[in-house]
Design a protein around this ligand. Structure first.
Ligand SMILES: NC(=O)c1ccc[n+]([C@@H]2O[C@H](COP(=O)([O-])OP(=O)(O)OC[C@H]3O[C@@H](n4cnc5c(N)ncnc54)[C@H](O)[C@@H]3O)[C@@H](O)[C@H]2O)c1
Length: 442
């Protein structure tokens, strides 16, 4: 469903009218295109430390972007990266203002602000309080930036996952990720032979792949080199076959909530693959009702499909010999699981439950040959589900994020693909919002 308002305010007349009467002016977001450079312009690189870290400069240069140390007069930068890992007392925060004030002015449309911080470690109250301040700076700045620009924060405990994280956050792959902190911890995070094919040689399985976000995830994982098994209900047969054909993968009829789901899955993996590298728990349903009117079957079906299935399949896989080392599991949550939503107590339960699931399972997956499990929480995404909303509700919902527009299924898929990649090995047990920084709730 195309966003006619967005198209209108990006026309010369529409843009002038919107500016004059103070209406939201969402920009057309820069999204990933195969073969295009990661950044369309230079990166301004700064540090709060007098001795900037050489490793970061090298990692930024490796993206192919030109690195600038000073914002020149009239020069527009595609990104501003600030290494703020050295801050340890409130006075140090002035260094962020000194860098970000001119950097924000120099930022081109669809620019990226990326701040690196040291995560709190409990050793020093003043240092931890100061480090945590970065979160408020980045989230607030994300709300100020316009013209498709975003601001995100990397808590760097270990640099192994930095190259893959930079490629995600600086490129169009993170178009709809805004105001998001991510912890880069320890973990095996090998660089791929070819950064455009990070999933080459990997086998991935996506549930609920016949349409919407699942179909987009299957497409992006295949684009990144994976062999994709597209799984969905038997009823989705024809649509599922089309997606599987389009992505050069295979189709599997699998009702994730059926009692035999795990056995079916394991049998299929044993017969058809050399083990699973990437699992995306995307299948999900809504049965919205106010709690006062909620029927048992509306409650039970949502819990069974959205939460219990993920728990059961994960347990069966970890117990089997079908999950490869350094596997990546990505679970679809929702911003409803972070902020709640009227009429969605059942759905909210499952989407919060998924966040609990990834946090609680991280250690078990790490113990399985340095595997990871993370959640992606989409906000308002244009799909068949949201196309059914009344016009006015949809129009309002679309504007309620810092980017003033809905995301596309491909935006969620790009977030999933980053977490599914070998280079994201230090990201475990976390939640990546793909919500354009929803202004309500999270
Ligand atoms: N669309 C959004 O704005 C949005 C926002 C937040 C989270 N999400 C989450 O993203 C995921 C995908 O959402 P979508 O909008 O693409 O939904 P969708 O309804 O368009 O597609 C869901 C797919 O899952 C399949 N499915 C349903 N029950 C299944 C089962 N028991 N076994 C196997 N497959 C099953 C359906 O057949 C369908 O193909 C869901 O988990 C959803 O909760 C979506």
């Amino acid at each position: 469903m195309s966003d006619r308002y967005l198209n209108l305010v990006n026309s010369p007349v529409g843009s002038a009218v919107a500016a004059r009467v103070g209406l939201p002016q969402p920009s057309v977001l820069r999204r990933y295109e195969a073969g295009a450079p990661i950044l369309p312009g230079p990166v301004l690189l700064g540090s709060t430390s007098p001795k900037p870290a050489a490793g970061l400069r090298k990692a930024v240069e490796a993206t192919g972007a030109e690195v600038l140390d000073l914002a020149g007069e009239g020069v527009k930068v595609a990104a501003a990266v600030l290494d703020a890992r050295s801050v340890s007392a409130p006075g140090d925060l002035a260094r962020l203002r000194e860098f970000l004030q001119p950097a924000t002015k120099a930022l081109a449309a669809n620019g990226r602000v990326l701040v690196l911080g040291t995560p709190a470690d409990g050793a020093d109250i003043t240092a931890d309080a100061t480090r945590q301040a970065l979160d408020g700076i980045v989230r607030s700045l994300a709300k100020e930036l316009r013209r498709g620009a975003t601001a995100n924060l990397l808590w760097v405990q270990d640099e192994a996952s930095l190259p893959a994280a930079l490629r995600f956050f600086l490129s169009g792959r993170s178009a709809y990720v805004d105001g998001q902190p991510v912890l880069l911890g320890a973990g095996t995070a090998p660089a791929p032979a070819d950064w455009t094919q990070p999933l080459a040689g990997k086998t991935a399985l996506v549930t609920g792949a016949a349409r919407g976000i699942g179909a987009a995830i299957a497409g992006v994982l295949a684009r990144d080199g994976a062999k994709v098994i597209c799984a969905d209900l038997t009823q989705a047969g024809e649509a599922l076959a089309k997606v599987a054909n389009r992505v050069g993968g295979t189709a599997l009829h699998l009702d994730v909530a059926a009692p035999e789901a795990s056995a079916t899955l394991l049998e299929h993996l044993a017969a058809q693959t050399a083990g699973l590298d990437v699992l995306v728990h995307n299948a999900g349903i809504t049965r919205d009702k106010l709690m006062a009117n909620m029927k048992p079957e509306q409650w039970d079906s949502v819990i069974a499909v959205n939460l219990q299935s993920q728990l059961s399949i994960n347990a069966a896989l970890l117990d089997s010999d079908q999950l490869n080392q350094q596997a990546r599991v990505v679970c679809l949550s929702s911003t409803t699981g972070l902020s709640g939503n009227r009429g969605q107590t059942n759905y909210g339960a499952t989407k919060s439950g998924v966040i609990g699931l990834v946090r609680a399972s991280a250690a078990a997956f790490a113990a399985h040959g340095d595997s990871t499990i993370n959640a992606v929480a989409p906000g308002f995404i244009d799909t068949e589900m949201t196309a059914k909303m009344p016009f006015a509700t949809r129009e309002v919902a679309r504007r309620l994020s810092s980017l003033q527009q809905a995301g596309l299924p491909v935006d969620v898929a790009e977030g999933v693909a980053w977490l599914a990649s070998p280079g994201a090995g230090g990201v475990n047990g976390q939640v990546l919002r793909v919500c354009g920084q929803n202004l309500v709730g999270a």
